[in-house]
Design a protein around this ligand. Structure first.
Ligand SMILES: NC(=O)c1ccc[n+]([C@@H]2O[C@H](COP(=O)([O-])OP(=O)(O)OC[C@H]3O[C@@H](n4cnc5c(N)ncnc54)[C@H](OP(=O)(O)O)[C@@H]3O)[C@@H](O)[C@H]2O)c1
Length: 271
């Protein structure tokens, strides 16, 4: 079955710490994710890396009072765990932390700086991912930060499943994927998910003249204009937001559409 993914989601980087566990914001993070789900978000992006598993525990607590099948969960296996048994072990731990039976979309978590590790053959990692899909522990297989060459290698390594997604950085300042990754993924029906859609909260671009004029034209905030632009490009953005104001503002990117010519206007802004 082709993968269907909600148009906007909730990021979790920083919930429960970054590279280390930080219990201090556990309750507040559960509360904000729950609020997000109450507002209507149905997609959560997390990873075993985030807060050394604490982000996944937080996700598990937040989704408890919602129907599991109504929520789309993305998680990721970190690049230190790409050997066959390590991938299996990682998913089992993620499932236990989130207290769920399956992950909707499981990504090989390469980072921009760390390309696929040479010491584990890609076929081994991909084989483990296919085993997890066969066991129904994950529904779809994806990657993060893969360039076109890597996408091709992963597609070649997959024996009986399709590569479903690539999660990449895409925002007002970084549109580099539009050159090759986006057209390649469109041709191969690989879903793109845009991380850091709000440039990690540095919103200098909100004052850009074109963004401001579109904001007036549509009576939407600059943040809503940019998130809607990503949605129009079919790049499901996954902004991380803690406060109710931010959660509501970001959700207001749904339910309307920029005209095609305005999408092109933002595409063509250069810095
Ligand atoms: N695959 C990868 O390699 C990778 C890499 C990076 C990120 N990610 C994923 O992508 C998600 C999003 O990226 P990110 O968290 O790095 O950056 P981001 O979503 O671009 O920005 C998050 C920041 O924006 C602020 N913010 C949210 N809504 C806002 C609004 N309406 N107005 C003003 N500020 C607002 C947040 O503040 P508050 O928290 O105060 O609301 C937070 O400081 C991550 O959480 C993670 O799940 C994946």
């Amino acid at each position: 079955m082709p993968m269907k993914i909600p148009p906007i989601g909730l990021g979790t980087w920083g919930l429960g710490g970054k590279y280390e566990r930080d219990e201090s914001n556990r309750e507040a993070s559960i509360k904000s994710l729950k609020l997000g789900l109450k507002i209507g978000y149905r997609l959560i992006d997390t990873a075993e890396l985030y807060g050394r598993g604490l982000a996944e525990e937080i996700v598990g607590q937040a989704i408890k009072s919602f129907k599991r099948e109504e929520i789309f969960i993305i998680s990721k296996v970190w690049l230190d765990n790409l050997a066959y048994d390590a991938v299996i072990n990682s998913v089992k731990k993620s499932l236990a932390r989130m207290e769920t039976d399956y992950i909707d979309l499981y990504l090989i978590h390469w980072s921009k700086e760390n390309r696929p590790k040479k010491n584990v053959p890609l076929e081994e990692t991909v084989g483990a991912m296919e085993f997890l899909a066969d066991q129904k522990l994950i529904k779809y297989i994806g990657v993060s930060n893969a360039d076109v060459n890597t996408l091709r290698q992963v597609q070649k390594a997959l024996k009986h499943t399709k590569l479903a997604a690539d999660q990449i950085e895409y925002n007002f300042y970084d549109k580099s994927a539009s050159k090759d990754i986006v057209p390649y993924c469109r041709r191969h029906d690989i879903k793109l998910i845009a991380y850091r859609p709000l440039t990690k909260g540095n919103l200098d671009w909100a004052k850009n003249q074109i963004i401001c004029s579109l904001s007036k034209k549509y009576n939407k905030t600059s943040v809503q204009i940019v998130l809607n632009w990503l949605i129009c490009l079919d790049l499901s953005p996954i902004p991380k937001a803690s406060s109710e104001d931010h959660l509501l503002e970001n959700y207001g990117a749904l339910g309307w559409e920029l005209e095609t010519s305005d999408v092109a206007l933002i595409n063509n802004i250069t810095q």
